[in-house]
Design a protein around this ligand. Sequence first.
Ligand code: HEC
Ligand code: HEC
Ligand code: HEC
Length: 476
Amino acid sequence: MRRVTRPRRLALRAGLALAAAASLLALRAAGQPSGSANQPPPAIATAAGATPQQIERGRYLAAAGDCVACHTLPRAAPFSGGRPVETPFGVVLSANLTPDADTGIGRYDNDTFYRALHEGIDLDGRHLYPAFPYPYYTRVTRADSDSLLAYLRSLPPVNHAVDRNQLHFPFNIRALMAGWNLLYLDKGTYREDKAQSAEWNRGAYLVEGLGHCQACHTPRNRLGGPKADEAFRGGRFADWFAPDITPNRHAGIGAWGREAVVEFLRSGRNVHSGASGEMGEVVSFSTSRMTDADIGAVATYLASLRPSPMGTVAMAANAQMAQGEAVWKDNCAACHREDAKGVPRAFPPIASSANLQQRDATTVLHYILAGARHRPIDAAPTALAMPAFAWKLDDAEIAAVATYARNTWGNQARPVAPDEVAELRKRLAASPDATAPWPPEIRPAHDLARPGSATWSRAGTDSRDNGTPRAGSAAP
Ligand code: HEC
Ligand code: HEC
Ligand code: HEC
């Protein structure tokens, strides 16, 4: 079960000036009558009539949409809400999606639920914030929306009131989102492209809709709006950079091949990379639960995207490269190997790694500062870890080793400055991960002051402590 409290940050924070401009613009827009937002909600229907097949289908679709990730707090009942999700305007807490009539979605019917997914309007006609990825869920068909509701209504109701809107003025005014929607919501159910195969269309439906891959993998402007002409070319999300996943052979996943993409989405690892952090959650709670046919469809659609253009990058200084090589030999080569080719599915290769060659080095620096741990899956229950180096290496050393790794063995990416390391170090140290009372099985390696429990095991640790609850259960 996923239990993570870390806020999901939707996009960059708006600068003050821009925020003011935006609110003016949005207030103006909010003054216009906005169709359904002003209509009274339709009469309340009952859940009666949902078939077991529909509920099962809804369970599958909820996994494809990764609903549980945002809608569950550590140790709390699944879907009972309250997880902080960051937006450019501040933090919004997620809603209680259990069928409790007072605090959950118990009074939603098929029409109002579809309207919530489709237009970001709640039961009472108020605007929801795009921290809830309705700009993508708008592609979901009516039949799928009905199944999702049937599933959610089959859950045990949990009475958990969430004070969701903790934004500051003026962003606490939900009507402002009418302006945001005018600019960025492209409302409408997925429309099939008849020129493409059924598999391609299925992949597009999943990626552009429930999978909401663009929510992280597409860069955003200062108002949190997606840069449509740079779709899938990589975007900042929380303290990670979700890399370019277009078929660019250098910075994207163009050199992976279909089988490798499928393996990554199914298991979180392949010979090229491993899924951690935000993507680790996406794999555990969403893509690994998709059918092989659906994962294949996602891979087919991704392969058809237009590759991002090859950029040119500044050369790194010789002194920084020399320092980086020394740090690499001492600290990294033992696991990732001297030639940086790694050990397949255990220690990811650094040579020709797309993650390494992004224009934004956040993910690389995150790995080095805080370490990382494979997300265990039932098929591979042992969570291999990379130790945190924040306690050991200073900003200049980390910038140097990152720059060296980004520019050796055929890799090419702009050099990293020590300031970037200092900034991320500060943000990670302040993150709730550093202090949260984590259940031991998912405690992240975020204690930046010394090596963390995620990087070593106590003597006498039972190997079943490593990984999923079922890990080791097959052993005699
Ligand atoms: C990236 C995080 C995120 C994901 C993923 C997500 N949600 Fe939400 N959801 C939120 C947040 C945050 C809110 C509260 C928004 C607000 O109050 O404006 C919310 C609100 C809602 C609401 C409105 C509830 C109410 O009481 O009015 C519904 C319905 C909903 N989500 C359904 C879903 C479903 C179904 C899925 C999966 C298909 C899903 N959400 C996935 C973050 C998320
Ligand atoms: C919540 C944010 C988020 C969402 C949603 C998300 N990703 Fe990711 N993804 C990331 C981050 C961050 C990374 C980089 C860290 C890593 O590799 O583990 C990543 C890495 C990847 C990689 C590996 C790239 C490489 O070069 O190693 C692939 C492939 C990928 N994502 C595909 C997808 C697909 C397909 C979807 C939609 C089904 C998706 N992602 C949805 C955040 C996200
Ligand atoms: C004890 C072994 C170990 C050492 C030492 C180590 N790493 Fe790692 N590294 C790993 C493991 C395991 C992963 C995969 C983690 C995951 O997928 O969550 C990883 C992942 C990475 C990644 C992400 C690659 C990708 O695309 O998924 C980068 C970048 C990285 N390491 C860089 C470094 C650097 C730089 C050093 C030295 C400062 C270093 N590592 C030292 C074990 C190690």
